[in-house]
Ligand binder design. Structure first.
Ligand SMILES: [Cu+2]
Length: 430
């Protein structure tokens, strides 16, 4: 991320709780970043991010009242993970994650926050008037192979400039705080309960999909540097990698066959983390999230329901939230499609497929604007091409043979002789 901002979302459930919410007084947004500054400009695509910024400011400090205060933290770094902690060893009460408040506060003294992740913390400063302390990143305690740790790679290979960056493996201050007088009206105690999560459980799932991360080519450098593929492919704007039927509850299994940790992010939905390397996630991670840490040579599983915002034309993205990784193509796109709405939506599109859902071994394709021969490619929900053929003139209706295909949703990509592209969703009936 370059310049980063924050949107604070409030709702009635949040408003019903006794939480600090005086903006800039006891409720502090913190966009935490490290950046490389070259010739006065933020430089991307370099590992020499040696400048620590909070809300865009170096050496940031804030006065806080001697009462319960709320810190809304976002890791807006391009690649660096933080291991948050307080220099005075005060406990941090986690109350919220990426998607909102969790069920009850969870006390931690360290918390790993990867790029793209958000966490809300309460600190009880009632006894600390006149003192000062820092919100720290304890980089020396980050596990190896997470960017920001002392070591990435096996010692033979490491990232360009990694060992020259003094922040890697170091403990450093993100923000300094001084504690002043209480406001006289703030929150005096950390709440016992927050908002029930009603998390999805494994038994709710309609299906499980697997997403495997691998370097494009094998080698010690490539295993830490990338470019990294998801299910054997880099991002392609012309390929829908996954088609999700509306109202599906799905487990997404993330398999990391690389030597670095990745923060995996899914648009459109909030998910619950089921497990990481087969073990329960951190207690504070059990609410709603949209970024999950996938450990090096390890796995994470998340569960979610795609219950809104279906659109047969506008895909959502999933991607690694490390800027260099996503920029190099560690990303894919998915459609959420309402199977019952396809026929209606086709009526207004320039491509006509009928019947759709397809009931026999072929359908008719008409693309009025097509010029010359049209190449057709059909992709299944996992993004695999399952059919390729050529229609000599699709500007009038032409039959497309679709034999031996399992029932479900497919994406049909059409390219005409002038390189014009069109795409639509085809449903194969049982
Ligand atoms: Cu990554």
């Amino acid at each position: 991320m370059g310049a980063a901002g924050m949107i604070i979302v409030r709702d009635a459930q949040e408003a019903g709780l006794d939480l600090p919410r005086a903006y800039g007084v006891d409720d502090i947004p913190l966009v935490l970043q490290t950046k490389a500054i070259v010739a006065g400009q933020v430089a991307l695509h370099t590992g020499l991010d040696s400048v620590v910024l909070a809300n865009g400011v170096r050496d940031a400090w804030q006065q806080l009242p001697a009462q319960v205060v709320r810190l809304r933290c976002l890791n807006g770094s391009s690649e660096r993970s933080f291991l948050l902690g307080l220099s005075n060893a005060l406990p941090m009460h986690v109350i919220g994650t990426d998607g909102g408040l969790i069920a009850a506060p969870v006390i931690v003294d360290r918390l790993q926050l990867m790029p793209g992740e958000r966490v809300e913390l309460l600190l009880d400063l009632a006894e600390l008037q006149g003192q000062s302390f820092q919100l720290m990143s304890y980089g020396s305690e980050l596990p190896d192979d997470i960017i920001g740790a002392a070591q990435v790679g096996n010692g033979m290979a490491t990232l360009d400039g990694y060992n020259e960056n003094a922040l890697n493996g170091a403990n450093f201050s993100l923000v300094s705080f001084t504690v002043g007088a209480p406001t006289g009206s703030g929150t005096t105690a950390v709440p016992i309960a927050l908002v029930p999560t009603n998390a999805y459980v494994e038994a709710d799932a309609d299906l499980s999909r697997s997403f495997t991360f691998e370097p494009q080519s094998m080698g010690p450098m490539e295993m830490i540097e990338g470019p990294f593929e998801i299910n054997g492919a880099l991002m392609d704007m012309d390929v829908i990698n996954v088609t999700v039927p509306l109202a599906n509850t799905e487990i997404w299994e993330l398999v990391n066959n690389t030597m670095v940790g990745h923060p995996f992010h899914i648009h459109d939905i909030q998910f619950n983390v089921l497990d990481r390397n087969g073990a329960a996630p951190e207690t504070w991670e059990t609410g709603w999230k949209d970024v999950v840490y996938v450990p090096p040579m390890g796995t994470a599983r998340v569960i979610t329901r795609f219950d809104d915002f279906a659109d047969p034309d506008m895909p959502y993205m999933y991607h690694c939230h490390l800027l260099m990784h996503e920029d190099e193509g560690m990303m894919g796109q998915f459609l959420v499609v309402d199977p019952n709405a396809i026929a209606e939506q086709e009526a207004s599109a320039s491509i006509h497929i009928w019947p759709n859902p397809v009931t026999g071994d072929h359908c008719t394709v008409k693309w009025a604007e097509a010029k010359g021969a049209v190449n057709t490619r059909l992709f299944d929900a996992a993004g695999r091409m399952v059919n390729e053929s050529v229609l000599l003139d699709a500007s009038h209706g032409r039959p497309l043979t679709l034999r031996m295909l399992s029932p479900g949703l497919y994406t049909l990509l059409l390219v005409d002789s002038r390189g014009q592209r069109a795409q639509t969703t085809v449903s194969i009936a049982p």
